[in-house]
Design a protein around this ligand. Structure first.
Ligand SMILES: C[S@@+](CC[C@H](N)C(=O)[O-])C[C@H]1O[C@@H](n2cnc3c(N)ncnc32)[C@H](O)[C@@H]1O
Length: 352
């Protein structure tokens, strides 16, 4: 069954793509001809959107970033120890990260990796070149101990292409970015990642947990209106990149809690009936007054739903760290097929 966020709808098999294939135009055509209308969350992250996201992470209402950062700050050494599962220190550990952004929190884990393992390789993958440049700048104090190999790629529209690595890999998918996908899509993304990992490698997954609705809504509809600007920037981006004619004053930001689906939703609501030309996607969009374009889902998890998602994707939870309020969870998971003891024995008999 196709959901509004069915990523396969925005994906054309590489062999079918002609030379003029444009993932942006293709995603916009798919989303704005659907009922209800939707646009994929990766469209947020042009240079302006990436800058606005960084502003959001500093807002008083936006608890996820600072909560996850505090979990890392308190537990980074334990996380690395658990991930390496008894391996002898030494060898090159690789941290790879999906949707790395500016990697501000990742610096804490990289510093712990250097303490535990010495020379470390970091492979941040992100659709935003500006964010990856900022990540390299912000991690510059670790240079010398970290080899940074950034990859500009879209893990929704393109297959993951992770280079082989002789040492262990700890994959990071943090910031609750997995929450942007419906359960079946989230499992598909984790399975794709799992397929690129080897026995003994691990995944560190950050997930935002179900909590009081007022806290959730405030986090996605802040008093200063930064999240509204972030949401509206998606239309401004289509104006910039596809020559579209969206008048931002004719849309408003909406954030709501969908309890049945356990997710926050962001929408752009058309305040008038209107017709908008989008030349770069070769289309004209008609919206009625009150119609919305669904721009983001942010699923909120429980311990059980995290476990079920990981198990369905071929991972076995090893250890979970939470903040004291129970708002956010960071779960270390192993590639299944081996028990922890087997992993540890293999690691001890085959040091890297
Ligand atoms: C919510 S931010 C999280 C950033 C960072 N990991 C954190 O925890 O603060 C999502 C990041 O993933 C990137 N991103 C979103 N969708 C993506 C996609 N389909 N492929 C690659 N990167 C993506 C964005 O550019 C952005 O940097």
């Amino acid at each position: 069954m196709s959901t509004p966020f069915d990523t396969s709808a925005a994906t054309i098999a590489p062999e079918e793509r002609g030379p003029a294939y444009d993932p942006l135009a293709s995603a916009v055509r798919d989303g704005l001809t659907a009922t209800p209308k939707w646009l994929p969350a990766w469209l947020f992250y042009d240079d302006v959107g990436s800058y606005l996201f960084e502003q959001i992470t500093e807002l008083p209402e936006y608890y996820p970033t600072r909560t996850e950062r505090a979990i890392f700050a308190a537990n980074a050494d334990s996380i690395l120890e658990a991930a390496l599962g008894g391996r002898a220190p030494g060898g090159t550990l690789r941290l790879l990260e999906l949707g790395a952004g500016t990697a501000t929190k990742t610096g804490i884990l990289l510093a712990a990796a250097i303490r535990r393992q010495g020379l470390t390789q970091y492979l941040p993958i992100d659709v935003s070149e500006a964010s990856l440049q900022e990540a390299e700048r912000s991690l510059s104090q670790l240079l010398g101990a970290v080899e940074i190999v950034p990859q500009i790629a879209n893990y929704v529209t393109d297959a993951l292409a992770i280079p082989p690595h002789s040492g262990p890999t700890l994959a990071l998918y943090i910031g609750s970015s997995i929450g942007n996908f419906a359960p079946d899509e989230a499992v598909a993304i984790l399975r794709n990642l799992r397929a690129q990992l080897r026995p003994g490698d691990s995944l560190l997954l950050g997930t935002d947990l179900v909590k009081d609705e007022r806290l959730l809504v405030a986090a996605y509809d802040d008093a200063q209106g930064v999240t509204a600007a972030f949401n509206l920037n998606m239309l401004e981006r289509l104006n910039r990149d596809l020559g579209a004619h969206f008048d931002l004053s004719r849309f408003q930001h909406r954030a709501l809690w969908n309890a049945g689906e356990s997710r926050m939703e962001m929408h752009l609501e058309s305040t008038v009936a209107q017709t908008v030309r989008v030349p770069g996607a070769g289309m004209v969009v008609q919206l009625w007054q009150g119609e919305t374009i669904h721009t983001e889902n942010s699923y909120k998890f429980t311990t059980e739903s995290v476990r079920a998602m990981l198990a369905a994707a071929g991972f076995e939870p090893v250890q979970t760290w939470r903040d004291e309020r129970g708002w956010f969870a960071v779960t270390l998971a192993a590639v299944t097929g081996q028990s922890r003891t087997q992993r540890s024995q293999r690691a001890q008999t085959a040091p890297i």
